[in-house]
Design a binder for this molecule. Structure first.
Ligand SMILES: *Cc1c(COP(=O)(O)O)cnc(C)c1O
Length: 471
């Protein structure tokens, strides 16, 4: 074959490969589809390696069967329930399966007894859960004779521990709700149940319980919170309610032992959200929110928009409108593919890996473990106080990055932000082999740090370096 033609047919020999990518304005002319594909694919090559990203909660690996189903469903629109009734049906099946994992009550039925919806992620789920609390509070406050237009007297507030995910700040800002933050301290690294009720009054639209604090992986004691709320409600003008933000715990806790009740078993919990793209094991773009009762008291009618569905009408509850049904399809696939036993096997492996990481981290002798993986599979640690050491966790982050691992270091939330921590999110795709590989590189990284900082060190530090190196 003619050499030049062969080169011309190769992407690397194409005119486009020799030019910079269009960035600011639309290119004037079209290009060959295969060349365009290769250009974009090439451009993405240097993005993060999924398996070494220990920072994210989000799914980066699904089965090829799920990939195929989702690709097939990309051209559907989840909001159009009459055009895509099977997608709508799969959505309600998923809501029902999740509601039952959260103990909504045996034999209870979607739409008849409880209600929920898919969302784009937990952020939309939190937003909808928060809005339902707000609108329900407004309705009840009006009925109780409050002048809710008078914001000096009746500005609504939301009570939450200070290590909340940023969506709650957005919620409070967008809807003009006061955020009452319950601070953390040395003895209260999750919701401080000794003081939380001090923040509650007639203007409280709800209290958020977090089943999995994003920063550390700790869980709020929602069972205790529920007892406090029951006590408070006995004499309250406006009974207060709980929404649980279970973005990552919501599809982990149901499958493993060791958690106190945190879900609809607690009677003041009115709604719960979860991210399907975290431990639901679907690619980013899906979340879920469920209300324990399908009543307008819990989910006010202002939030419900009737849409046609199979010759009938159902309520649509959403902030977003059009989006693909691919993620619903992927979630339904995972549920029927793994089943209860499959999810249990996967999540127990995740826990095993997280506990193993804790064992290995302890062996270094320099880390204080803040979350050990015995509840949610987040490994979180700080450097022990009083170490004679010339590097910190930011240095460790950089040192690990050289081996390709992403392990972020950052300060704890307000009031304890003098403490710097590192965090690993153990996801299902982190098998024991990958954990072993990580530990090997962690040893090298720490060794390198100790050596690099030796120049100014005294003999004591040198000894410690040897100790660390021997692990
Ligand atoms: C991740 C997270 C969120 C936001 O979830 P998205 O699915 O990314 O929108 C909200 N709350 C908590 C506790 C989280 O961990």
């Amino acid at each position: 074959m003619d050499k030049n033609i062969e080169l011309e047919e190769s992407f690397l020999g194409s005119v486009e490969a020799g030019k910079s990518l269009p960035t600011d304005t639309l290119p004037e002319e079209p290009m060959d589809a295969d060349i365009a594909e290769q250009l974009v694919q090439h451009y993405r090559l240097n993005e993060a390696k999924a398996n070494q990203n220990l920072a994210t909660f989000c799914t980066t690996q699904m089965e090829p069967q799920a990939d195929r189903l989702m690709t097939d469903a990309l051209n559907t629109n989840a909001i159009d329930k009459s055009e895509y009734p099977k997608t709508a049906a799969m959505e309600s099946y998923c809501v029902s399966m999740i509601a039952h994992l959260w103990h909504v009550g045996e034999g209870k039925k979607m739409y008849k007894d409880f209600i929920g919806t898919s969302t784009v992620g937990s952020s939309e789920g939190c937003m909808l859960g928060g809005l339902a609390l707000l609108m329900s509070w407004k309705n009840r406050a009006k009925a109780a004779g409050f002048d809710i237009e008078d914001l000096h007297v009746h500005k609504p507030n939301l009570v939450i521990m200070s290590g909340y995910q940023v969506v709650w700040e957005k919620f409070c800002t967008y809807w003009n709700v006061d955020m009452r933050q319950v601070p953390i301290d040395q003895n209260h690294m999750s919701l401080d149940t000794d003081h939380v009720m001090d923040y509650v009054d007639d203007n409280t639209i709800g209290i958020i319980g977090i089943q999995g604090i994003t920063y550390t992986g700790a869980v709020d004691d929602i069972e205790k919170l529920d007892q406090l709320v029951t006590e408070y409600n006995k004499t309250a003008t406006l009974p207060v309610r709980i929404h649980v933000d279970a973005a990552f715990g919501g599809l982990f806790a149901p499958f493993v032992d060791g958690f106190k009740p945190w879900d609809f078993r607690l009677k003041n919990v009115v709604s719960i959200n979860v991210s399907g793209h975290k431990y639901g094991m679907v690619y980013p773009g899906i979340g879920w929110v469920v209300w324990r009762e399908n009543t307008t008291d819990v989910l006010p009618k202002e939030m419900r928009f009737e849409v046609a569905y199979l010759g009938d009408k159902v309520d649509s509850i959403a902030i977003n409108f059009s989006h693909s049904g691919a993620h619903i399809t992927g979630q339904y696939y995972n549920f029927i593919r793994f089943g209860l036993t499959g999810y249990k096997a996967i999540m127990n492996n995740v826990r095993k890996v997280s506990l193993k990481l804790t064992d290995e981290l302890k062996k270094f002798g320099i880390f204080e473990i803040l979350n050990d993986g015995s509840q949610l599979p987040i490994n979180c640690w700080k450097l022990k106080d009083g170490l004679d050491q010339n590097w910190d966790l930011y240095d460790l982050e950089d040192a690990l990055a050289k081996y390709g691992w992403q392990v972020p270091a950052y300060p704890l939330p307000k009031d304890r932000d003098d403490v710097i921590i590192s965090r690993i999110v153990v996801r299902p795709s982190m098998t024991m082999t990958i954990a072993d590989d990580f530990i090997d590189d962690l040893k090298l990284a720490i060794n390198n740090l100790n050596k690099a900082k030796l120049v100014h060190s005294d003999p004591e530090t040198v000894k410690m370096t040897d100790t660390v190196a021997s692990h």
